[in-house]
Design a protein around this ligand. Structure first.
Ligand code: TYM
Length: 329
């Protein structure tokens, strides 16, 4: 069975992009699953402790509400696994600085500082070496498949590079080279303003927004100014993209015909709302219930951490031996 692993950074409320890009494919995947709350990654972008705390609860409740079977899957918090930061250091010591210079998130930060005197203004070492922590997440559990949105592909490629480098330097098959698994149909879901749906752009639709809020947000999605009756193109249309993410092939084709026939945007937004709401309503209720049960979630995650460390500890022993940090006797 392939090993599947993915994580979500705990800096905000999970949105439809997280669901379509990572959570839904992960829950549907067949294999031995490792899913986690990337709460060490959260510290890179957010120094608001209460926000991180809240987000960790919400993201945990989200996975459980969507029916993750925690008897089968290993479900844990990154910060409960001390082997992850330990492995991060070992990998940091074999990772070329030049590789990190090429990371999109770092390059974007430097780009933003173009006018400033210091190109690295506001760039912490956490942000800079973010991909190494992510490599440790993946390599520690010998994951084969990593379901992610398109924005994360570069990080998986970096994890492959780092794994290959370590295996080569220490002459052994310590790490498995992971593959990104990207939903070809959606890849990156767009947000209210037509840009990538992202916490950083403030254009998200929360996965478990209330019915009222969901409808309100869908009505806010940007469209062009074509009137009802005028034929419309499905390309680059956020409404159509969202509809497709929640529909079967037959439904998508039928909707494309309605576009050609000139469906009005108001009507389309109502149809889209019905389509999404119908699929999310049952999990939404369960989510609300789980948010009121932190004891239960804590217990699930602690059990998960125990299971995760069962896999992590032996590999970490091997890695320590490999680099010369094994026990004396
Ligand atoms: P994060 O928290 O930014 O996003 C979590 C997952 O959601 C996907 N995603 C999207 N997919 C489609 N459309 C969108 N608009 C959209 N927005 C977000 C992301 O691609 C991601 O799969 N570094 C990671 C977390 C992480 C991780 C890992 C992932 C840490 N360690 C190891 C996989 C394996 C991140 O910040 O994702």
């Amino acid at each position: 069975k392939p090993r599947i692993l993915t994580g979500i950074t705990t800096t905000g409320t999970p949105h439809l992009g997280n669901y379509i890009g990572a959570i839904r494919p992960a829950i549907q995947a067949e294999g031995q699953a490792f899913y986690f709350l990337a709460d060490l990654h959260a510290l890179i972008k957010c120094q608001d402790a209460s926000r991180i705390m809240q987000s960790r609860r919400e993201i945990a409740a989200t996975w459980l509400a969507l029916g993750l079977d925690t008897d089968q899957a290993v479900f844990y918090r990154q910060s409960d696994i001390p082997e992850i930061p330990e492995l991060t250091w070992m990998l940091t010591c074999v990772c070329a600085k030049g590789l990190m210079n090429r990371a999109h998130a770092y390059k974007a930060a430097v780009q933003e500082n173009q006018q400033a005197q210091d190109p690295d203004k506001g760039v912490t070492m956490g942000l800079y070496s973010y991909p190494i922590l992510m490599a440790a997440d993946i390599l520690l559990f010998k994951a084969d498949q990593v379901p992610v949105g398109r924005d994360q592909i570069q990080h998986i490629e970096m994890a492959r590079d780092i794994a290959g480098r370590f295996n080569h330097l220490y002459q052994g098959d310590y790490f498995v080279l992971p593959n990104a698994q990207v939903d070809a149909q959606v890849e990156i879901l767009n947000g209210l303003d037509g840009r990538k749906m992202s916490k950083s752009y403030n254009n998200t639709i929360p996965l478990f927004a209330s019915e009222k809020q969901l409808l309100k947000l869908i009505r806010k999605i940007k469209t062009n100014s074509l009137e009802p009756g005028e034929p419309k193109t499905t390309e680059d249309c956020t409404l159509f993209q969202l509809y497709s993410a929640f529909s079967t092939q037959a439904e998508i084709e039928a909707m494309a015909t309605r576009y050609a026939e000139g469906i009005g945007w108001g009507e389309m937004k109502n149809v889209l709302f019905e389509q999404i709401n119908r699929q999310l309503a049952p999990a939404r209720e369960e989510y609300q219930r789980l948010l009121e049960a932190p004891d239960y979630i804590e217990q699930v995650l602690q059990k998960g951490a125990e299971k995760a460390r069962f896999y992590a500890a032996p590999l970490m022993d091997e890695v320590r031996q490999a680099v010369g940090l094994g026990k004396f006797i």
